[in-house]
Every structure is written in C-alpha cells, then in structure tokens.
Design a protein around this ligand. Structure first.
Ligand code: SF4
Length: 719
C-alpha cells in the first residue's frame, strides 16, 4: 500500500460481524496514531465508504474507557451488575504475567478436579478475521480437552437449511445485483446492516427495478421499498410455499432448469398444493391477492434477485423457512440470469485450511484423549445452571472463558445466563475491549485488540474477495489479540506442541495452505500468494477473477454439492433421519397460534439495532445517539395499545414467565397487530438492568439448533 511520509496508509479489513467485510484504509501519523479510517475505493464492494458504525471507528479505538490492562476482581468484590463507570472499583490492575500464571493454574486445577470438560469456551463473531475467530483458541481448548462450543447463536439454522438445498453457501455476486429487475429482500435490512449492497440496489432501481421487502418490521429498507410486506413473524415458510403454489398453478416454473438441476420436484409440487393463498393469508396476515401478486411478480420478472438474511431463521421453524425460501430461485430458474438468483451468504466459497488452524487432532493429547462433549451456546443459561445434574451430561461447568462475545447481553434467556454467571464456584475469564454486561461477572478481564491492532486474513459472507488485514497501529496499553493470549496460556499450561508458538504470519500461511511453490492449495484460492496479498490487500477468488468475461452464475451447471448432486427440493438425508424431506409450515410454540398466547398474546420482535453490531458499539455515545429514537421503547400497534389502555410515551411492563422489563410505549401502526418490537441494548445500560433477552427463550430452531429470538410471546401492561 502507498506510503507517503509523514503518514502511512495501511490496508486493514473490518472484522465486525457483517456481510460486507470492508477493506478499510487506515491513515497513521508519524507518532503511530491512527488519524483516519476510510473505505478502500479500489475494493469493488467497499467502493470507498464505510457504514455509520465504523466511519467513527477511532472513537472506539481511542475511547477513554477502553480496557487497557489485565484486571483481577478484588478480593471480596461480589460478582454481578455494576454501575456503568464504577467497574474499576471492583477490579485491580495486574501484570500479564500474573494474570496468565493465575489463569493457567486455576484452569489446571479445575481440569484435574472436575475433568477438562468442566471448562467451557464461549466465543462467536466479535471478530470474523480467520485467526481472531478461531485458530489458537481452538488449538488451546482441544489440547486441554475443554468442552467444545456449538456456535449456533446467529446463523446455523439458516446455513444448514441453505446447505440442505444447495450443499454450499454460494450466492449471486453482490456487484451483479445492479443488473436485477426485481430485488426481493426477505428478512434483509440491506440499508441497515448490509449497506454495501445498497448502491447496487439503487443502481438497479434507477434502471427500473422494483424493491420488495418482506419483514414484520418497517426497517429503513422497508421504508424506502416499492412494496413492504409486513408479514407476521415466523410465518415465512407458509408464504414461500404459498408462492410456490401460485407459481405452479400458473405454470410459471422453469421446467428446463428443474429437470436439469434439481431433485424432488414432483414431491415438492404435491406439498405446495396444500398451501392455497387463502390458507397462507390466514397465517401471514397478508391477503390472498397480495400473495398471488407477489408470486407472479417474482416468477415473471427477469432477473429476480432474492436477498435473504439471517433474521428469518431466528424463529422456531426458521430453518425450514430458509429452506423453503431458498428453493424459490430454483423453481423459477432465477439462477440462470445474471443479476438474479439469491444470496444468503457467500461464505461457502472460502475454504480455509481449518484442520491446520484449529488442530482438532490435539484433543487426542488431552487428558480425555478424544474430542470433548459439545455444549450449545444458544443454551448457555441451561449449561451454567443445569449441566452436570445428570451423570450422562458430564461435569458441571466450572470455568467459563469468554472472548469475541458478550453473552451477558446477547444470549437468550438472560436471567438464567446471569444466574449461572453469578455462581461463586464458576471461574470466569473475559477477553474484552470494554466493560460489558459480561465483564461484570469476570474473575479476570484481559484487554483485547481491535482490528487496527493485529494482523489477520479474512473472507466474507457478502462478497468473493480474500483480504489481508495488516496491523496498522500498536495496541493501546497492553491490549493483546486472541492468538497471542491463547498461545501464551498454552505454554504456561505445559503444552509443548510447536503450533502454540506460531506467529500470526505463520498462521495466515497455514489458513491459506501456502505450498512450496508459494501458492495457496485451498479451493478457489490456488492463484493466491502471500506476496500478491501483501501488495493488493484483496484478491478475488478464482472463479470470480474476471466477472465481466466469466460471470459467476452459481448452481447453473455441473454437479451441486448435495447428496444427489442436484439442488434438493426433497432431502433424502432428512427423510432417512425420520424427518420431513419437504418443507412445511408449523406454527411456533411461542406464537399466536398456540394456547400459550392466551396468557402472553403478543409476539415480540427482539430486534437488532441498525447502528450497533449486536451488542458491539452500544457503549459509544455517538452510536447511542443514532439509536436514541427507539431506546428503551416497546413499539406497539395502536389497537394493541388501546386494548390495554396504553398511550404513547407511557411506561409499561413487558413480561412473560422468564422475565420482565419496563419500557416506554411507542405506537407504530406499521407493525402487524399482535406484534410488538423492542431492540437489543446492554442490560446495564437499560432501565432496571434488564434487556430484551430477559424475555427470549432457549428453545432451539428446527434445523441447526439455533437461537429463536423471534419466537417470543409476551404481554404488555401499564407499569
Ligand atoms: S460493519 Fe460492515 S459495513 Fe460497516 S465497515 Fe464493517 S464490514 Fe463495512
């Protein structure tokens, strides 16, 4: 990257959990301080701009309240929620050596006394850099024999569902969306959290394309759509099947594509016949005429692009919903038209060498000599309060090691999670950048780096570029990256394997499987060398090296990586496991269709904020200001408010059997009646110290055992 003293410009990559994985140019002055961040204009998806969350990133990097040194809970300081700003009173600064020695000693004791599976790592996508997300940490926990974490909280239901149909997560290239004539954004708030797709949508619209948004909530994207369909939460599978019925009734399917590329069409057609527009209308809250119009418009417009995002899959039947929706472009042959098709994620195209990075073989050297039990992160409350009560469970969790995540805010069933983290016999370590809802329960807090402060390599789930994120600045204070932390701990625990001394550069070469000829051995990356990556910063995957001459049209030729080699409308795998091989609609237990609704009749949309990344950024004043309009509000349809005698601006109690919180009523006629919406915030920044996850459950999705944040029944009453 160009260097012009006294400033350096360094190519980094935003590692927040976002499909766009932006190439970020960081300007560093001669004192080594970052003075500017901007989107790289040469990256074809970033195109020179950053979202509102990261445009002000230096506020985060240089925040006065960043954790800069290892901290130990003071003797006698109780665990539990701390007043914002007072956290330092409960902790004392220690050196890295003291902290690492003490943590290694305690983990060793716990492993010896209760078995290594009593140690539970908890991490997710606080960083999605390949090294930061999962490398030295996985080696460390495998070698120790710690419980394995099933990382299901965000995308597993949708990802597995997509793969049941297509085998791997490929999608229409983001840049090709400019060619679409119809963009169907299904549970996709493009403008809010996939902003680099938006200019391509706009370009398509300038040329006459229509934007249709299906979302129970009137998001920023829905507000500017040509047609916003405010579907009832959790009924998406019914709508997809209803659309299929109309498409098939009217002969709008693509028979040539179906016969060449798909498996199980006749059985799907039979199933779809059950979903008349009238039946589907009763579930979804739409009219039969709207269902027919939507199906016709989708099936007859070329190219038609389906942008499906992960919100759809966070309900009890969310996996099946994604599976059904994902079948639509195969039914209509939309994949054949450049700019059409669909995208849930492009992550399947990035085949990192995970064996080398994560070293699951190290489990054989652990005290248990095998891969450890698996604990589902979407059931953390249960894991911390119930595991170990039956012999077959294995041991209770005695140590929790949190990094890249803030379960005190984001995990479902918040009250159970907090009860678990309050346990005096639980040893908790948190690697973090700020005091959060989770650090309030920590025995040790270790300072973590931001993406400006370490080196990593990254793919994306919204484009097809491999990118190198170079360290731009020295970490402030004594902040250290994950890979360093777990390498140091491993050595203190006596793990002598050479892999625990690998440098980030060595691990990047391993992730890329760089061979003796200097080229990557990973599929789709064979042309990538470290030298090119250093020089260019971002390199397209092999199949995407010349999209104008060789457009990428996924799932249109050859074999599809499913068991049948075809796009699967019917899954023999599911059928063999005794499950339904076809998609079908089953109302959620926590929905208006269940008798529970007599006690808790309102369906809660536990939303994410546009200007935070789950819970990340919620502590920064500038970001909070951008979200002020809906802060601590419960949005209600006027009829639901009126029937409860609630008026705009009134304090109300929102509750169910799991918890209760006080929020301010905000009337919103764009919500479906019977649906209320509130957004995620930190519990410690919320009135009464509770956030919406006090209401959500640990019930799991039908596919992928994911979290069901959007299947939550509540009642609202005057406070
Ligand atoms: S959060 Fe997303 S849009 Fe914003 S800078 Fe990061 S990758 Fe880009």
């Amino acid at each position: 990257m160009a260097t012009s003293a006294p400033f350096r410009i360094v190519h980094t990559v935003c590692s927040h959990d976002c499909p766009d994985s932006c190439a970020v140019l960081v300007t560093v002055n001669e004192e080594g301080r970052a003075v500017k961040v901007e989107g790289d204009p040469s990256q074809p998806v970033t195109r020179g701009f950053l979202c509102g969350k990261v445009a002000k990133y230096l506020d985060r990097v240089y925040a006065p309240d960043r954790i800069l040194y290892p901290l130990r809970r003071k003797s006698g300081a109780p665990k539990g929620p701390l007043q914002r700003g007072s956290e330092h009173e409960s902790f004392e600064r220690v050196s890295w050596d003291e902290a690492l020695d003490a943590i290694a000693e305690r983990l060793t004791q716990i492993s010896e006394n209760y078995g290594p599976e009593s140690i539970l790592p908890y991490s997710y996508a606080g960083t999605i850099g390949v090294l930061g997300y999962g490398s030295m940490d996985r080696r460390f926990f495998h070698r120790m024999g710690a419980s394995q974490l099933d990382r299901t909280i965000c995308s597993e239901a949708g990802g597995q569902a997509w793969n049941l149909v297509y085998g791997k997560k490929y999608g229409t290239p983001t840049e090709d969306v400019r060619l679409a004539r119809l963009v169907l954004a299904w549970g996709a708030n493009i403008h809010g959290n996939n902003i680099h797709l938006w200019p391509f949508v706009e370009e398509a619209r300038h040329k006459g394309a229509r934007l249709i948004v299906i979302d129970p909530y009137r998001t920023r994207t829905a507000a500017v759509a040509d047609w916003h369909i405010a579907i009832r939460p959790g009924t998406d599978a019914a709508l997809a099947l209803g659309m299929m019925r109309v498409i098939l009734d009217e002969g709008l399917e693509d028979r040539a594509y179906i016969s060449e590329m798909t498996h199980g069409f006749e059985r799907l057609a039979e199933r779809a016949r059950e979903y008349t527009p009238e039946r589907v209308a009763a579930w979804t809250g739409m009219t039969a005429a709207d269902i027919e119009q939507l199906a016709r418009e989708y099936a007859t417009t070329r190219p038609a692009m389906l942008r499906l995002n992960y919100g759809v899959q966070r309900s009890e039947n969310g996996g099946t919903a994604v599976r059904a929706i994902a079948m639509l472009p195969a039914l209509t042959g939309a994949w054949k038209h450049r700019g059409g098709g669909g995208q849930l994620s492009t992550s399947g195209a990035f085949q990192w060498n995970k064996q080398a990075l994560e070293r699951p073989d190290l489990a054989l050297a652990s005290p248990i000599g095998r891969l450890a039990r698996v604990v589902n992160m979407s059931e953390l409350g249960r894991a911390l309060t119930e595991l170990g009560s039956h012999a077959e469970d294995g041991p209770a969790v005695k140590a929790l090691f949190v990094y890249n995540s803030n379960p005190g805010a984001v995990a479902p069933n918040h009250n159970a999670v907090c009860r678990g983290m309050m346990r005096d016999d639980l040893f908790t370590v948190v690697h973090e950048q700020f005091f959060t809802d989770t650090t309030d329960y920590a025995d040790y807090i270790l300072p973590a780096t931001t993406f400006l402060e370490h080196t990593d390599v990254q793919g994306a789930y919204g484009h097809y570029f491999v990118q190198l994120s170079k360290q731009a600045i020295k970490p402030p204070g004594e902040a250290r990256p994950n890979a360093w932390l777990f390498g140091q701990l491993a050595q203190r625990m006596g793990f002598t394997e050479a892999c625990f001394r690998d440098t980030p550069e060595e691990m990047i070469r391993q992730a890329l499987a760089i061979g003796a000829d200097g080229h990557s051995k990973n599929a789709n990356m064979e042309h990538v060398t470290m030298e090119d990556l250093e020089r260019e910063g971002h390199i397209p995957l092999a199949f995407y090296s010349d999209p104008e001459k060789r457009p990428f049209l996924p799932y249109t030729s050859g074999s599809v990586p499913t068991p049948s080699g075809k796009v699967e409308f019917f899954s023999e795998t599911l059928a063999a496991a005794g499950q339904d091989g076809l998609p079908g609609f089953h109302p959620s237990v926590e929905s208006r269709w269940n008798e529970r609704a007599t006690k808790y009749p309102l369906e809660l949309l536990a939303r994410k904020s546009d200007n935070y990344m789950n819970s990340t950024f919620a502590n920064l004043p500038g970001h909070r200001k951008m979200e002020a309009r809906t802060s601590h509000r419960i949005e209600m349809h006027p009829t639901d408010a009126e029937s409860r005698g609630v008026v705009e601006g009134e304090l109300v109690r929102v509750f169910n059997d799991r918890g209760s919180l006080e929020l301010t009523a905000m009337l919103n006629a764009s919500l479906p009646a019977g649906v209320v919406a509130a957004r995620l915030d930190w519990a410690k920044l919320s009135p009464g110290g509770a956030n919406i996850n006090a209401l959500t459950s640990e019930r799991l999705t039908d596919i992928g055992r994911g979290a069901t944040f959007y299947s939550t029944l509540v009642e609202v009453a005057k406070a």
